[in-house]
Design a protein around this ligand. Structure first.
Ligand code: NAP
Length: 310
């Protein structure tokens, strides 16, 4: 793998279709722009129409021929995800690249429309449902890929099976770490299930290192902890731009060398910045028994079954 991989190395995406959650901002926006520049038709699945339309206009200002569409989707609502997938399927019979990117971080305790803890419900369960509902379309598209965005923060996480919604003891960092660990364990387990069912769709996990985006803003505004204050002060000095933060995602979505089951992150400064490379993850994240348990729990909570690979 080249240590200098950049958007210049993305092969032509002509004829390909991509769907990116949270594509109006940060890493998702940069990924949408780069894929559109290479010819892909990109669906921006976002919860805020105005922000999505502004993002589309911004990309089109430099890429007038970009093929971009807005899809209304709030990952904190299972009904919204189901409606969005139904709308998407009305207009699309194939999907080459699904990027499970959207995320919220360090929020005070709150709940999704369905009563799930907000960070776990949005970041993990929302994408679990989305992927499950799109799986048939992905499997029917040759060489398709599912890219799920995790975080270095997964290292501090565990899955609290005895208190999955953190009702007994909530912590905003604990909740984020659980959700991003769940993203990673989901991506690994999905890959194992796809392979066991003989499907060629690849499930690839990625993380952007540290990237200066809107992600930390809600936490910084509402959080009063020393941790968030210190993080805010140092964040601009140890992070990269969203365009660089999107490289692991783009590598996972397009590079031939990215295999199912890989985890891709930045190569320098303890994986905080730099060109993408294959990276490792916590021992906990590799526990197949726990990934299986998380999968069953996610099926139970969402009532979504992955029939094609069950
Ligand atoms: N930036 C980093 O250093 C970093 C590090 C590790 C991992 N990550 C991960 O990278 C991913 C992208 O984050 P980012 O840094 O690019 O942050 P960002 O600029 O805040 O983008 C997050 C995106 O997710 C969307 N989103 C949030 N809740 C949603 C919901 N309920 N339904 C639909 N969309 C929703 C946001 O929409 P709105 O604009 O409407 O809020 C926004 O488009 C996240 O999964 C994050 O955990 C980032």
């Amino acid at each position: 793998m080249s240590s200098h991989w950049s958007t210049k190395d993305i092969p032509s995406q002509d004829g390909k279709t991509a769907l990116i959650t949270g594509a109006n901002s940060g890493i998702g926006f940069e990924a949408a722009k780069a894929l559109a520049e290479k010819g892909a038709r990109v669906t921006l699945a976002c919860r805020n129409q105005q922000k999505a339309e502004e993002a589309i206009a911004l990309i089109k200002s430099s890429l007038p021929k970009a093929k971009l569409e807005f899809l209304a989707m709030d990952l904190a609502s299972q009904t919204s995800i189901k409606n969005a997938v139904a709308n998407f399927k009305e207009n699309n019979s194939s999907l080459d690249i699904l990027i499970n990117n959207a995320g919220v971080m360090w929020l005070p305790k709150s709940q999704t429309e369905d009563g799930f803890e907000m960070q776990f419900g949005t970041n993990h369960l929302g994408h679990f449902t989305l992927t499950g509902l799109l799986l048939d379309t992905l499997i029917n598209t040759p060489n398709s890929r599912i890219v799920t965005v995790s975080s270095l923060g997964h290292y501090t996480g565990k899955i609290h099976f005895d208190d999955i919604q953190l009702d007994k003891r909530y912590g905003k960092h604990k909740s984020y770490a659980q959700a991003k660990l769940a993203n990673l364990m989901f991506a690994y387990e999905l890959d194992r299930k796809l392979k066991a069912a003989g499907k060629e769709t690849r499930s690839i996990a990625v993380h952007p290192g540290g990237s200066s985006t809107n992600l930390a803003n809600p936490g910084f505004e509402k959080g009063a902890s020393l941790f968030t204050g210190v993080a805010k002060a140092f964040f601009p000095y140890v992070t990269q731009g969203a365009d660089s933060g999107a490289l692991p995602t783009l590598f996972g979505a397009t590079a031939q060398e990215a295999d199912g089951g890989d985890y891709i992150g930045p190569s320098r400064l303890f994986e905080v910045i730099g060109a993408p490379k294959k990276v490792s993850s916590s021992r906990y994240s590799k526990r197949e028994d726990l990934a299986n348990k998380l999968w069953s729990l996610s099926e139970e909570l969402t009532n979504i079954q992955f029939d094609a690979i069950a």
